[in-house]
Write a protein that binds this ligand. Sequence first.
Ligand SMILES: Nc1ncnc2c1ncn2[C@@H]1O[C@H](COP(=O)(O)OP(=O)(O)OP(=O)(O)O)[C@@H](O)[C@H]1O
Ligand SMILES: Nc1ncnc2c1ncn2[C@@H]1O[C@H](COP(=O)(O)OP(=O)(O)OP(=O)(O)O)[C@@H](O)[C@H]1O
Ligand SMILES: [Mg+2]
Ligand SMILES: [Mg+2]
Lengths: 265, 265
Amino acid sequence: MRRIAIMNQKGGVGKTTTTTNLAAALALKGQRVLLIDLDPQAHLTIHYGVEPADVEVGAYELLVQSALVETAIRTIRKNVSLIAAHTDLVAAESELVSIVGREMILRDALAKVDDDFDFMLIDCPPSLGLLTLNALAAAEEVCIPLQAHFLALQGLAKLLDTVSLVQARINPALRVGGVLLCMFEAGTRLAVEVVEDLTSFLAEAKGRQLPWSEACLFNTRIRRNIKLAECPSYGQTIFDYEPRCRGAEDYLSLAAEVLGGIQEN
Amino acid sequence: MRRIAIMNQKGGVGKTTTTTNLAAALALKGQRVLLIDLDPQAHLTIHYGVEPADVEVGAYELLVQSALVETAIRTIRKNVSLIAAHTDLVAAESELVSIVGREMILRDALAKVDDDFDFMLIDCPPSLGLLTLNALAAAEEVCIPLQAHFLALQGLAKLLDTVSLVQARINPALRVGGVLLCMFEAGTRLAVEVVEDLTSFLAEAKGRQLPWSEACLFNTRIRRNIKLAECPSYGQTIFDYEPRCRGAEDYLSLAAEVLGGIQEN
Ligand SMILES: Nc1ncnc2c1ncn2[C@@H]1O[C@H](COP(=O)(O)OP(=O)(O)OP(=O)(O)O)[C@@H](O)[C@H]1O
Ligand SMILES: Nc1ncnc2c1ncn2[C@@H]1O[C@H](COP(=O)(O)OP(=O)(O)OP(=O)(O)O)[C@@H](O)[C@H]1O
Ligand SMILES: [Mg+2]
Ligand SMILES: [Mg+2]
């Protein structure tokens, strides 16, 4: 099972939209996908039409170890299963503060299901707290959705510092898979400048012993497309809602890239 | 001094952009404004061209009570002063966990400067943790930037619950001033639907004893405008960067509305 954490502490950059639709695209290509909603906002859960208030066993119960992973998994689409979130998850961070090895709880809980799925995608909250650390300990790859805006670029160094710490102290296998440009508006000067900054930043890391020295910019860019913002209100993925729009094309192309490992850059 | 917390736990909805440019617009209208950056990402600090690594005394020192408020305030523009942020701020939440009355530290520290400014605006991080609670305890009004998207609307009920709790237990004067639509794209069906949902939600609250029963939707809508995303890379407000663009117009109109209290709806 390939384990990918979709994270960025900058808010509103497309983490949930990417987790939802990349999973759906991988499932269309025959991959069995397990999703985990680690955000107390429970937006991944809502995006798939599951009501957080109805979730009895989910990510929270897994973290406070009051339930087994098998009871936390629900099938939501063909080839897509979900460990859902509800608002109690916001309490997990303070409840786990003094637990020994608190960052590894999720990793250990998921070990049992390693052979049942081809991919595991974790949607992270917009912070670098304990929930995100659990995701980084349980994953082997990090996918960083990023908006081609100046403020979104500011946090990248801090994000990569955190990934380095987790790799050095908790999870030696962790590496940055790629940076994914979301809500992309080609043609704006800002987008051109940010892409240039990003490309030279990643090029400098090549060959050095860093968790992101193999990281690249995905060739696929997710273009800004209002349909991607409309489909969550119907509890649908972009493929349920509007399978021939640009949003669907972009996420299919991303899935092909993730599967093929083709990330020339 | 009017004290306003700019908050929404949903990420990337325009909190920092609104804090930055509303302050600049109010300053142009002769108001003396104090800004506080309570987000460990320090984006408000960066937006005004201040390097977080150079900040020796800022919001963190105020919260851990290692410095007096006078030493934390820096003048950054005519009529605009800032209590800046740096990355240590992320540690404040765990360092304050067991302090008695931890939510009131900021409020008490700011009492001394009440007569020195006309407005105080606090930029909050995308969470409902202790930093945001300090902002809600120190403020009398809450301004909620919101993107007219379905996912952004989901968190509103939880946000208002938190405001109610703070009003009931910590700060009886707290009320919701208004919801501000940001990155607004007028012609989309999604925008029309969300505005309808929002307007009927707020209308239902009128006359009931709720912290948001007087809340309204600001008449001003901040339209999507790439210049608002470009100006932070120069450390400038929209008025420094492109004073005649739509972004500048919208924030001037918002300032007029905030000053005039004209919020018919
Ligand atoms: N390519 C796109 N085009 C248009 N809208 C988009 C696109 N991707 C995401 N959105 C919308 O932008 C908003 C932010 O996206 P999303 O919620 O996925 O970001 P996030 O990083 O998960 O946010 P948070 O930090 O709050 O978890 C949502 O309303 C979403 O519907
Ligand atoms: N009206 C607008 N038009 C275009 N871009 C905008 C607009 N308002 C904000 N932006 C851009 O959108 C992104 C998100 O805005 P901003 O950072 O202000 O949101 P935020 O709510 O403060 O995010 P966070 O939750 O991470 O603190 C930024 O890159 C900003 O430059
Ligand atoms: Mg999200
Ligand atoms: Mg912000």
